[in-house]
Design a protein. Sequence first.
Length: 311
Amino acid sequence: MKKIVVALGGNALGNNPSEQLEKVKHAAKAIVDMVKEGNEVIIAHGNGPQVGMINSAFAESHLVDTNNPEMPFPESGAMSQGYIGYHLQNAIQKELKEQKIEKHVASIITQVEVDGNDPAFKNPTKPIGSFVNYETAKVLEKEKKYIMVEDANRGYRRVVPSPKPKSIVELDIIKTLVDANHLVITVGGGGIPVIPDGNGYKGIAAVIDKDFASAKLADLLNVDMLVILTAVEKVKLNFGKANEKDLDNLTVAEIDKYKKDDEFGTGSMLPKVEACKAFVIKNKKRVAIIGSLEKAKQALLGESGTKIIGG
């Protein structure tokens, strides 16, 4: 039996609630397949499209009627955790019952502490929201003062600050539920970014990359494996080019080399491989896998995905 943190990509969950309701069924099947094999699974997820959708909806509503509030990023992140968690836990619970597995699922609205002086606040890089074309991106830059960047040859997306996670506020609660044999959905969207404020915390305008938050969670829980499920089956070299090449395995040294060669997209694959590196580099027994949601079971069996190890 392995203890596994599974990180689901926000884009793998769809771009709106109706899409998400369908896609979480596939996520639930992949997760329950892992549980059925005797693994202890903790679930994390992205929220790039979802938090962008929530934030934009409130912004548009405010333009129509200034009595309607705009929604700050921490609150938008909390909303995305709630509605993604709601869809996931219902789909997973249903799949567990259909497989006759006696387990319960709970979502935790999770705060993740960041450094208020993190240099990321001066250099926004985290993509959120949907992909748009070049012309739309220029309009958003002019009218809304968004920073828009091209993302992995799939179009343009808004970028916001993405500070690194320092600690997980609700970690003890997560451990208690995991130790009680419950399935836990946590650090959704990378967690709500907070900084210390007296005896508590206050939210800060940013989006923590879910891959780094998942790696931090995996490290703090000392799990055996970090599995990042996304829209592609394997990490690739020369992505989108005629000489594109799949990678079955990656070492820490190879990640460093390919990073210098700019092989990994800043807003897409780079944070995934860096998060995997951060997880495996601390313990040679640890393994990380980057693979597709559709082939999650095969990835665990070594038949799909890219395996990342120390070395």
